[in-house]
Design a protein around this ligand. Structure first.
Ligand code: HEM
Length: 263
């Protein structure tokens, strides 16, 4: 017997997908569906971003700078959609959120391992965030794997070295579990790139777009949090908006920001 013909529904697993939205409030409260759907959509975009970041790293390793640009363009387009989607959740008023907020208990975006994976692949590594995930779970394993992998920045510096820039070996062979720190030596190289090498300067600009895109998401998220719960504590146990504001000033590629005042 041959397999049944592939259909829209069987290929995309629509039946399974539509089973995954399960409100916890009694009624259930009308706005909980939006809250669930939007978070699930974000998790899917995180998945796609990670998929594309893996490709960027691979293309950098293969010195395929034009294809890196192409993939970064896709990533940036996704990020724009991700930022824009926050508008939808902002149609939920503080009182509407309160109709089901307590049913979230301690659940919070804090516990999104894919968001932490995005941070890790960009160089924002922190061993502390791994500890929040239980041992032997999918989330913990995925996060530990990302933690040990080189970041996009590492791949970019190795690419620049192959493009004949004198990247110090301490940077090429750094311990990749450490967060990426600003470096005056790298900044001198980047200034050279910007002044003399339009192809790679353009690549740097796309990385700045990426960093700015993530920061834009963080900013819009914190504004949404402020208008929805004010200065209340988060369900994840943090100070809420106060905590989130501290994450706004942490660029993924600090050297690319630093050189702007030196050019
Ligand atoms: C009404 C809507 C939302 C509110 C009130 C809200 C509130 C918060 C708060 C207070 C935190 C700080 C951690 C805590 O104590 O819980 C947080 C973290 C976070 N939220 Fe949201 N959030 C909302 C929607 C979303 C959406 C749609 C996403 C999409 C995935 C999201 C993703 C995250 C992530 C990834 C973090 C961790 C950020 C970090 O540690 O830098 N949140 N959220």
């Amino acid at each position: 017997m041959s397999d049944p013909a592939v259909t829209y529904s069987s290929y995309l697993k629509i039946d399974e997908l539509l089973e995954l939205q399960q409100p916890r409030s009694t009624g259930p409260e009308h706005d909980e569906m939006l809250f669930i759907v939007i978070h699930q959509v974000y998790e899917l975009w995180f998945k796609e971003l990670l998929h594309e970041f893996d490709r960027v790293r691979l293309l950098l390793e293969g010195d395929e700078s034009f294809r890196v640009q192409h993939t970064l363009k896709r990533i940036l387009t996704i990020l724009k959609v991700m930022v824009a989607q926050l508008d939808i959740l902002e149609t939920m008023t503080p009182l509407e959120f309160l109709t089901f907020r307590e049913r979230l208990e301690a659940a919070s975006g804090f516990q999104s391992d894919q968001f932490r994976q995005v941070e890790f692949v960009l160089g924002l590594k922190s061993e502390q965030s791994i500890a929040r995930f239980a041992e032997n779970t999918r989330a913990r394993k995925a996060l530990v794997k990302r933690f040990r992998e080189p970041t996009i920045w590492d791949a970019f510096l190795r690419y620049l070295a192959r493009e004949k820039y004198a990247v110090p070996s301490a940077h090429l062979h750094r311990d990749v579990v450490a967060p990426v720190e600003p470096s005056p030596e790298i900044q001198r190289i980047l200034i050279d790139v910007y002044r003399k090498d339009p192809k790679n300067a353009e690549l740097c600009e796309r990385l700045v777009d990426l960093d700015e895109g993530i920061q834009e998401w963080r900013y819009r998220h914190v504004k949404m949090v402020e208008r929805t719960i004010g200065m209340k504590k988060g369900t994840g146990g943090s100070a809420g908006a106060g905590y989130l504001r501290t994450t706004l000033s942490q660029p993924a590629f600090p050297d690319l920001w630093e050189i702007r005042s030196q050019l």
